[in-house]
Design a protein around this ligand. Structure first.
Ligand SMILES: Cc1cc2nc3c(=O)[nH]c(=O)nc-3n(C[C@H](O)[C@H](O)[C@H](O)COP(=O)(O)OP(=O)(O)OC[C@H]3O[C@@H](n4cnc5c(N)ncnc54)[C@H](O)[C@@H]3O)c2cc1C
Length: 414
């Protein structure tokens, strides 16, 4: 694989951009792999990448039923932060955030990480208490956050109305090195690096069955034929319940639609990310100038990648309160994804009842930010059978009552 560089851009500009290679090889499935990952979203691709980079395991296939990055990885609003309450969460999200800092250099692919700062508004006394508590927890965990005053909120984000009408801003949990990255680029950068290590990324290849013999995985049935494997990683977000059923076990997980929308592009008006969880909406501005907006999940389980209309109305109404200037803005487009939500709002990175089948899911409305940390830990779990990053996230914690309650940090969204 040729390295991307300023020199390469200049060279290609001079020769009419005829010399760029394909970013990743178009692969056909082999008969057998050491590891198969199902799902070429960010988490699946990052897992494959760290299997190769950290453990030298490169006889790997990543199977994707659609196109890579076409699931939630290409549909999210790209917020990255690590201000979670519980220690295991802070560890994996902060690992991810710190990997984002150097991801462009590591992958030799510009993922446009922009640590512009994320604030989570406190608009009730409960939120003030909750976020102060999180700030204290973060201090102990080595995650840099602070609880800031309404005056400071207004200084950082002048377009915000902090006076109400329903819920005045009472303060905010602020993480300065949190921000955003370009979601497609994260998937593409990992895919390119995996392909360069000799791994096969096979698109339009749906897994339709999991072959198990004597309690151990033997391979998968796919729309491109049967493929044998030693180990299987299931990383399919909203379809986790469907694929786990193929392997013969059930997951404590629900699938619901979550949607987002963007406005017409306007001049730069805000250079941070704001989340208003009480009124239920959040917003940032993309490099193109569009306001990137999201809200809550649909209130019922479903597999449609659309989302219901009333949620768009609710989200826009909520943000109009916080940002009155939005009322004149036209919305350009809207889309949805199917997110996989657990009861304690924390992910599952775990062995399963089937030997050598591993599951990575439950990132729900907020897993984009976790991609590198999740890939790092899940690769270690798959390679060595254990990882300090994933130890607490076993699927059996629900049976044992060892919940990792993140309803304050992740109950609403992102
Ligand atoms: C509207 C929206 C906004 C969001 N905003 C944020 C945010 O701001 N910040 C944040 O951190 N997170 C956010 N998220 C959540 C985040 O997008 C997800 O947690 C994350 O992208 C999950 O990545 P993944 O790789 O696990 O899943 P995906 O990217 O969905 O990848 C799973 C892949 O598996 C494939 N697949 C499924 N079944 C099969 C099969 N049988 N065979 C082969 N392939 C299969 C799918 O096609 C898919 O490509 C948002 C999500 C949505 C929908």
């Amino acid at each position: 694989m040729k390295r991307y560089s300023a020199f390469a851009i200049a060279r290609e500009a001079l020769r009419g951009h005829t010399g760029w290679e394909r970013a990743w090889r178009k692969a056909q499935p082999k008969k057998r792999y050491d590891v198969i990952i199902v799902g070429a979203g960010g988490h699946g691709l990052a897992t494959a990448y760290y299997l190769g980079k950290n453990f030298g395991i490169t006889n790997v296939a990543v199977l994707e039923k659609g196109w890579l990055g076409g699931g939630n990885t290409g549909r999210n609003t790209t917020i990255i932060r690590s201000n979670y309450l519980q220690d295991p969460s802070a560890a994996i999200y902060e690992k991810a955030r710190s990997l984002y800092e150097t991801m462009s250099q590591d992958l030799n692919y510009n993922v446009m990480f922009s640590p512009r700062g994320v604030m989570m508004l406190a608009q009730t006394e409960h939120e003030v208490r909750g976020y102060r508590r999180t700030a204290h927890a973060n201090a102990l965990q080595g995650v840099k956050t602070e609880f800031i005053s309404p005056k400071r909120v207004k200084e950082i984000c002048p377009i915000m109305n902090i006076e109400g009408p329903r819920y005045p801003v009472l303060g905010a949990l602020w993480q300065e090195r949190a921000g955003t990255a370009r979601h497609d680029a994260v998937a593409w950068g990992y895919a390119r690096a995996c392909s360069a290590m000799g791994m096969d990324i096979i698109q339009k290849c749906e897994v339709t069955g999991v072959q198990v013999e004597g309690g151990k995985v033997k391979g998968v049935t796919t729309t491109k034929g049967d493929i044998a494997c030693e180990k299987l990683g299931v990383v399919v977000a909203g379809h986790s319940g469907v694929v786990s059923e193929m392997a013969g076990f059930r997951l404590p997980i629900e699938s619901v639609a979550l949607q987002a929308l963007v406005s017409e592009p306007i001049k730069p008006v805000m250079d941070c990310v704001v989340m208003a969880n009480t009124v239920h909406g959040y917003m940032s501005q993309s490099d193109k100038g569009e306001m990137v907006i999201g809200g809550g999940t649909d209130g019922y389980n479903n597999y449609t990648q659309r989302g219901s209309f009333h949620h768009i109305e609710e989200t826009v109404r909520a943000l109009n309160e916080t940002f009155p200037m939005l009322s004149r803005l036209k919305m350009l487009r809207q889309w949805g994804g199917i997110v996989d939500v657990t009861g304690d709002r924390s992910p599952i990175l775990s062995k399963t009842p089937v030997e050598n089948v591993f599951i990575n899911c439950g990132w729900g409305t907020g897993g984009f930010k976790a991609i590198p940390g999740s890939g790092w830990g899940f690769a270690e779990l798959m390679a060595k059978g254990q990882s300090p990053l994933t130890d607490e996230f076993s699927m059996w914690r629900f049976r044992e009552g060892k919940f990792i309650d993140e309803s304050v940090a992740a109950g609403v969204a992102h």
